[in-house]
Ligand binder design. Structure first.
Ligand code: ADP
Ligand code: GLC
Length: 500
């Protein structure tokens, strides 16, 4: 199948979270099984265009309000793919929209005011790109709200008898329902779509324009990144006001668990840690722990458990309950328990400040407020436990990285965390992690306390849990197969015969 991934992020060029990992790993896996997969992303300033090849000529994209946007198009091949099965990546280079620091915003403006235009343009540019390269996909696969208007263009403007997109189906993946792209409806004029589409395409949202909602209405199939989150999002509690839409679309709505890139996240081949290790010989993990303690300036002690965290610092991750001024439990956890804690993250200012303030007062709590791919590998390998007290978690990648690195997750039972972690059973010693239900400072305190108790009193069980986690297989192959089945189902619904 010819599959076009439309995304605002993909590694190794642009990443703020798991979306970027997923888009590239899924594409690589699909390409390995013989599909012709291409990705289109914006050419942000941080992407060095001298390392890319420019396609000849400029590309014009007609938008509403009589505007024609001009952009250059760059291309390259995804690292890790072969000549026989490459994943081609295209970069839309539009100076006014993308020639600035930041993907969605920066320190001056957390959400750029022209984001509705930037990403509406990007969605339509994807169609112009296909025409430019004379390659028309069987599947247009959009990711999250920045790409969500692409399926709307397909349904209402591009897919008609005789068109090059006549047999194209669309899929929209929700990586995070918390971000929907809701803007003033005046922005809709710029899309160039008729105002009837504002209503029948699903944009209308209490008189605002909701880009994700339109995608959810207009895509042939939709999915999210774990089976449990798919169920949760159909409820009022976790549906972010779109639970009604998701219930309405439930027969076309799938939950497909993310995999992890086992070339990048694999303790047996990881070049970012001092010594590789496996479940047969785990000695390299102790070396990583030592290196981690050194890196963060912690006391070198093999016997004290290290709790690691790597996260975007936002409410989604349960950080109010952990670091909230006066009520968060991190202070009492570090004060009362014999443990060390390290955190790597960037995000909301209040949270960065609280973390730095805690680090200045506690000798067993250390933090780095930055983004470091390399350090994230050392934390996964060198920690004994990994804490994710998420408020909601569509899938979560870090708990899967933790499991395969022999690092035991301590997680709230929500979203994909439920699909990937099994709670410790004190009677049988079974399980792969420690879980709690209610997001309160005291639940986090008690569950970390439970894990630390097990560390000092049930070491044999802990070692077995490690090995159980390391034996898990989160490879992309089976998830990619589920995506193929969803693509096929969309094609079947439109009466297109299987290409497989
Ligand atoms: P989300 O996408 O909601 O942030 P995921 O668990 O799916 O959550 O993915 C987060 C990804 O981003 C992981 O690969 C994680 O290691 C990475 N990450 C987040 N913050 C940082 C950071 N400060 N430095 C390095 N990697 C980070
Ligand atoms: C989102 C979610 C996260 C998920 C990731 C990749 O950012 O918050 O849970 O793992 O997307 O799908």
């Amino acid at each position: 199948m010819k599959i076009l991934m439309i995304s605002s992020e993909t590694v190794p060029w642009a990443k703020t979270g798991g979306l970027a990992d997923v888009v590239s790993a899924l594409s690589i896996t699909l390409a390995k099984s013989g599909h012709d997969v291409r990705i289109v992303i914006p050419r942000y300033y941080s992407i060095d265009k001298t390392k890319l090849e420019q396609l000849p000529g400029e590309m014009g994209t007609p938008m509403g309000e009589g505007v024609e946007e001009w952009s250059a198009v760059y291309t390259t091949t995804m690292p890790g793919t072969t000549k026989e099965n490459p994943v081609k990546v295209y970069f839309i280079d539009h100076e006014i929209f993308f020639g600035r620091d930041g993907i969605y915003g920066n320190s001056n403006q957390t959400d750029f005011v022209d984001n509705p235009r930037r990403f509406t343009f990007f969605c339509y540019a994807a169609f112009q790109l296909c025409r430019k390269i004379k390659w028309f996909p069987d599947v247009l696969h959009a990711h999250d709200w920045p790409a969500a208007v692409a399926p709307v263009y397909l349904k209402f403007a591009e897919r008609f008898p005789g068109s090059d997109f006549e047999n194209t189906v669309s899929v929209l993946t929700i990586h995070n329902l918390g971000y929907q792209g809701i803007y003033h409806k005046d922005n809709f004029n710029y899309s160039g779509l008729g105002w009837d589409v504002f209503y029948k395409g699903g944009f209308e949202d209490f008189k605002m324009m909701n880009m994700l909602k339109a995608g959810l209405y207009s895509s042939d199939k939709i999915n999210t990144v774990s089976p449990n989150y798919a169920e949760e999002t159909k409820t009022q509690a976790l549906g972010f006001r779109l639970d009604g839409v998701l219930r309405y679309r439930s027969s076309d709505y799938y939950g497909i668990l993310n995999g992890i890139d086992s070339d990048l996240w694999n303790p047996e081949k990881d070049t970012n840690i001092p010594q590789t290790y496996s479940k047969k010989d785990i000695s390299g993990k102790a070396k990583a722990k030592e290196a981690l303690q050194k890196e963060f300036g912690l006391a070198r002690d093999a016997n004290v458990p290290i709790i690691g965290m790597i996260t975007r610092l936002t409410d989604q991750k349960g950080l109010g309950e952990l670091f909230g001024p006066a009520y968060g439990s991190a202070w009492s956890i570090c004060r009362d328990m014999d443990l060390q804690m390290v955190i790597l993250g960037t995000g909301e200012k209040w949270c960065e400040n609280e973390i730095l303030s805690l680090a200045s007062r506690l000798s067993n709590f250390k933090a780095k407020i930055n983004y470091s791919e390399k350090l994230s590998h050392l934390i996964e390998a060198g920690s004994d436990f990994f804490l994710m007290p998420s408020l909601y978690e569509p899938c979560g990648l870090n708990q899967m990285y933790s499991l395969v690195y022999g690092t035991i997750p301590i997680v709230r039972s929500t979203g994909g965390l439920v699909d990937t972690v099994e709670n410790f059973n004190e009677k049988t010693g079974e399980g792969t992690g420690f879980m709690f239900d209610h997001l309160t400072p005291s639940s986090i305190y008690n569950t970390v306390g439970w894990a630390v108790w097990a560390w000092y009193n049930r070491r044999k069980d802990i070692e077995k849990m490690r090995i159980r986690g390391m034996s898990k297989n989160f490879s992309w192959e089976s998830s990619a197969q589920n995506y193929v089945e969803m693509y096929e189902a969309a094609r079947k619904d439109r009466g297109i015969t299987s290409v497989l």
